[in-house]
Design a protein around this ligand. Sequence first.
Ligand SMILES: Cc1ncc(COP(=O)(O)O)c(C=O)c1O
Length: 301
Amino acid sequence: MTYASGMLANLGFIHAMGGSLRISPELSWDHDDVVFILDQKSHWSLWKAVDGLGFGRRVFAFRHNDLVSLERRLRALEGRRVVIVFESVYSDDGSIAPIQGIVDLARRFEALTYVDDANGFLAYDSSHERFGQEFAALADVTFHMVSLSKAVGLEGGAIAGPSDYIEVLGWLSGTSSFTATILPPAAAAACEAIRHIENDPSVLHRFHSRSETLRASLEQRGFTLNSTPSYITTVHIGSDEHAEQVRRLAAEGGYLVPIFRYPAVRRGHAGLRLIPTADHTEQQIRDFTDALEGIRRRVGF
Ligand SMILES: Cc1ncc(COP(=O)(O)O)c(C=O)c1O
């Protein structure tokens, strides 16, 4: 099922799986008893989507990437219809979900799983050296959502899943029928971009290698980084004010760097989120690291 954006896919999914609709006596769905368990770091669009369902009533959270916490929740909700909602790659800290562990727990407790793979789509698959095992487990999630606004660089979203459920999404999502869905030119361009990456994985290898170079270069200078070495490198800054100063000074030096600050992350946990492209050169990465070191001295983070 396609949507105009990843956010509309998330909203539509929760709306469909949490709602009810009666078209005729033969065609009706009642999901009023379905409960959702979300990783606490799930994207804003997922938390927004469950807003009206009542935290503690039909919505529960488990600690970020913590299988023990998820198991505790599943045990407490045994006997109810449960959908576990999580992301593959978390955008603020670049952490990667224990996908295999989540799928195994879901199987044990007969829960459904929904993965928001916005940030993992095309960047990682089962062939990846470090995270391949987790991404191989994506084949076993019930619903696989992707966004086209990340690796593909366009706009659009999609959910793959069992065909009878996809039909339900068509009826109940709302966001697939009451607004324009992905536009044909965007869909065609996205298919072309996806084919391009699949036919020439060297782009992807270069991309990952640049991320590793950036990470190594920042580590060497003693910056505090996110703990998971994914393609998302987060440089810890701390206060939101310092982060704003870093952004301003970097811009003055010719670098447009995205900062993550409240409300995207907790107050006092601001950072720079860096994703080099496949075309950045090693020299450019070194120059940037030098510049950031100068900025750190001035701001004192
Ligand atoms: C994890 C996650 N889910 C969903 C979205 C929304 O995707 P889109 O930009 O396609 O609406 C984003 C983008 O910010 C995201 O990072």
